[in-house]
Design a binder for this molecule. Sequence first.
Ligand SMILES: Cc1cc2nc3c(=O)[nH]c(=O)nc-3n(C[C@H](O)[C@H](O)[C@H](O)COP(=O)(O)OP(=O)(O)OC[C@H]3O[C@@H](n4cnc5c(N)ncnc54)[C@H](O)[C@@H]3O)c2cc1C
Length: 390
Amino acid sequence: MADTSFREWPFFEDRHRALAQAARDWCAAEIGTDGFAEHGDIDADCRSLARKLGAAGWLKQCVPAAFGGANETLDVRSLCLMRETLGYHSGLADFVFAMQGLGSGTLSLFGSDDQKAAWLPKVASGEVLAAFALTEPEAGSDVAALAMRADRDGEAYVLNGEKTYISNGGIAGFYTVFARTGEDGARGISAFLVPADTPGLSIAERIEVIAPHPLARLTLEHCRVPASALIGEENAGFKYAMATLDVFRSTVAAAALGFARRALDEARHRAQSRELFGATLADMPVVQSQLAEMAIDIDAAALLIYRAAWTKDTGAGRVSREAAMAKFHATETAQATIDKAVQIFGGLGVTKGSVPEALYREIRALRIYEGASEVQKLIIARHILSEDAS
Ligand SMILES: Cc1cc2nc3c(=O)[nH]c(=O)nc-3n(C[C@H](O)[C@H](O)[C@H](O)COP(=O)(O)OP(=O)(O)OC[C@H]3O[C@@H](n4cnc5c(N)ncnc54)[C@H](O)[C@@H]3O)c2cc1C
């Protein structure tokens, strides 16, 4: 794995360094170098990866200690280190880990003790897969426009509407569903815990994307859940969704960092071994320049990511600006780094089965989900423009 000396930086405590080392050792032994190989049955592979990650104790990072987790509260540095390490070894293993955290995140942060006790230990063991259902066909980047309704009916809520691009859709044991209980806009949205077997919830369509993972469009038709399925307070759902993303956005950047580190390592090995024109690719200044740019972008991304994670963990409250910078920079530069690796590999870089080819597909969606790059820039600009000029 490429230079990791940054782990000695003061962003980390010894427990983080130990976690990172243990995760690297585990990944090397259990996943090895072919974690980006094509998958046959993606659903079965995700279920099996969840059980494996659960048995090894890694999913404990995704839930709080009182409900089977590793830390008192979600620790963003630990989540980032896990995703960086898993991302280096396998896009699918990173995906499974990420969704256990994101899918249960709103519950961890705002759920009742009963809700947490019912689901979080099973998330930590990998027995149950979690999903986060926010996006709708007409409300992607513009989340506050979501239309799914949740109408109160006695001691129940009745949900009606559609969700799309829901990761783990079709294999999740429960969905954290955001639906409208009040006025238009951000203030009328609530969050609900909806078990997958609730009558009225169905998988309308499985969606195939360039880096395969379970993804679906869901319909909820007269889907009745008890009032106790409400997470936190009514009409606070938008705030809860943003707070959940505030924790997990930096981890998307960390996954991109893992992909980028892998791309650099692959490119370095290839450049050192590929002979042409009487030398190796690594002897050519143009290639050296590409490798140098990859390394610079990787270190800059790592700095932004662990700055955001450290800031969150040390009690700063919301870190929208720092997390947006980390996600924007890490995902955009990882795309460029992987593209350089593909170029250094030549024809092999676009050949199915090569690691750069898989990374090239894996990285793309990270610039779109959990806030597209353009949205991250808007968040950063909003912070800049609201700063006191004096
Ligand atoms: C692989 C994958 C997994 C996903 N998993 C989940 C999940 O688990 N749960 C979930 O709820 N959602 C999930 N999503 C949905 C994801 O969050 C949305 O795709 C994303 O929010 C963008 O919404 P959209 O696709 O509707 O694009 P749109 O909102 O239509 O935006 C299209 C493009 O417009 C541009 N754009 C958007 N807003 C602005 C702006 N303000 N200024 C300038 N340009 C702008 C961006 O380039 C953006 O990519 C997933 C998506 C993908 C691809």
